[in-house]
Design a protein. Structure first.
Length: 371
C-alpha cells in the first residue's frame, strides 16, 4: 500500500484517498502510476458500484501536480545539453502524458466516479475531479486554474471544460487564475452536489450500504438527498462584466475592453494579467477558443502538445523558479512583452509531435459527458 495514496474497499464502493496533506495532496508521477491500474481494476470488478476519489486532511483535495519535480527534471536535461524534454522516459514527457491518460480514463469511466472536493482543487486536482460523473463540493472548496502564472496553460482538460462554463467565465478563469469558492463551483458547473463537510461522512456511509448493482440513477438520487444550496455565486454577479470584457479573440482585445470598462474590477484584472506569462496568455486563449469546437479526446491531444511546447520553452522554468525555488515571485518572462509573442512561437506550441504524440486506450463506454 502506498503511503501517498490509501486504497479502501467498503461494501460496493472503492475509494482512493490522496495522502500527502502537508503537500496539499499534490499529485506525483508515482501516484499517477498507482491510480491508473487501480481505476482499471475497479472498472473490471463487477462487485464495485462506484469509485470515490478524495484527499486526506481538511485543507485540500489536490492542489495540483508535482510541478517542482517536473522543473527539476527539465532543468537537468537542459543543463546536460543532451536528449530532449519530450523523449519517452523523461519526467517532462512522462508526467504530462500519464496524467492526461489518467484524466482520459476518468472522463470515460463507465461506472459512477465521485470526487469529494473538500478543500483546494487546482490544476491536477481539477483533472482528478471534473472528468467524473459526480463532484461533491463543500464549504471548504476553493478551485482555480492558475497555470498562466507559472508559464503553463489550463491543462488536464481545461481546454474542454472551461469553454463550456457560462458565457466567458471559463476564459476569465483560464487567463487570470481567479479563485472560486463553493457557490461559484456550483454555478460554473464544476460541482454537481453541495454537501457540507460534516455531512460528507454520512453520505459516504449511505453509498457504502448500496448494493453492487445500484446503478448511476440510484447513486445520483441518493446524493441528491444530501445536497444543499451553497447560496449566491459571486461570479454570477460579475458575469455581465466578464462577458463584455473577455469575448475577444486576442489578449490585446481583452485588455482594450478591460481598459474601456474602467472599474475597480477591470483595473484589478488588468493588473493580474500584467503578472502572467505573455506566452501563456496567448496560447491559453487560443486553447480555450479552439476547445469550443472540439470534443474532449481531441483537446487532450492538443494539450499534450502544448505541455511539451512549454517544456521546450523558458517560461515554465522561470515561473517555477520564481514561485517555488527562489520564491522571489518576480519571474522574468521571455518574451517579456505581449507584442513580442510571435505567431511562430505560438504555432510551435501546437505543432504535432509525430511518434511522440500522446495515445489513449479505447474507452469501454460511450462518453457520459457527451464530450
Amino acid at each position: 500500500m502506498s503511503i501517498d495514496i490509501h486504497f479502501n474497499r467498503d461494501g460496493a464502493i472503492a475509494e482512493a484517498v490522496l495522502a500527502r496533506p502537508k503537500a496539499l495532496n499534490a499529485l506525483s508521477l508515482g501516484m499517477i502510476r498507482q491510480l491508473r491500474p487501480w481505476l482499471r481494476e475497479q472498472v473490471a470488478d463487477s462487485t464495485v458500484a462506484a469509485i470515490v476519489m478524495g484527499g486526506e486532511g481538511d485543507r485540500a483535495f489536490c492542489a495540483g501536480g508535482d510541478v517542482r519535480a517536473v522543473y527539476d527534471a527539465g532543468m537537468a536535461i537542459k543543463a546536460a545539453g543532451t536528449g530532449s524534454v519530450s523523449d519517452p522516459g523523461t519526467m517532462t514527457a512522462d508526467f504530462f502524458r500519464e496524467e492526461y491518460q489518467l484524466n482520459h480514463a476518468i472522463h470515460h469511466c463507465p461506472k459512477p466516479y465521485i470526487a469529494i472536493v473538500d478543500g483546494i482543487s487546482m490544476g491536477g486536482g481539477m483533472g482528478l475531479s471534473f472528468h467524473g460523473l459526480i463532484r461533491i463540493i463543500t464549504e471548504r472548496t476553493l478551485f482555480a486554474m492558475p497555470e498562466t502564472g507559472i508559464g503553463l496553460f489550463p491543462d488536464v482538460g481545461g481546454g474542454w471544460f472551461l469553454p463550456r462554463m457560462p458565457g466567458e467565465t471559463g476564459t476569465f478563469l483560464a487567463l487570470t487564475g481567479h479563485r472560486c469558492g463553493p457557490a461559484d463551483a456550483m454555478y460554473l458547473g464544476y460541482g454537481t452536489h453541495y454537501i457540507p463537510s460534516d455531512t460528507v461522512p454520512e453520505a459516504l456511509a449511505a453509498l457504502r450500504a448500496l448494493p453492487a448493482d445500484a446503478g448511476e440513477g440510484r447513486i445520483v438520487a441518493l446524493l441528491d438527498g444530501f445536497g444543499q444550496d451553497p447560496g449566491p455565486a459571486p461570479i454570477a454577479e460579475m458575469r455581465p462584466a466578464i462577458d463584455d470584457c473577455f469575448e475577444g479573440d486576442t489578449i490585446q482585445e481583452i485588455r482594450a475592453a478591460l481598459t474601456e470598462y474602467d472599474s475597480d474590477w477591470s483595473r484589478s484584472t488588468l493588473s493580474t494579467l500584467d503578472k502572467m506569462s505573455p506566452t501563456s496568455l496567448v496560447i491559453s486563449l487560443a486553447q480555450v477558443r479552439m476547445g469550443r469546437g472540439m470534443d474532449y479526446d481531441e483537446m487532450a491531444k492538443v494539450e499534450y502538445r502544448l505541455s511539451q511546447g512549454c517544456m521546450r520553452g523558458n517560461d515554465f522554468y522561470e515561473g517555477i523558479r520564481a514561485l517555488l525555488v527562489d520564491k522571489d515571485k518576480s519571474p522574468k518572462w521571455s518574451p517579456a512583452q505581449l507584442e513580442d509573442v510571435t505567431q511562430d512561437l505560438v504555432d510551435n506550441h501546437f505543432r504535432p509531435l509525430g511518434s511522440a504524440d500522446i495515445t489513449f486506450e479505447t474507452p469501454t463506454n460511450s462518453d457520459p459527458s457527451a464530450s
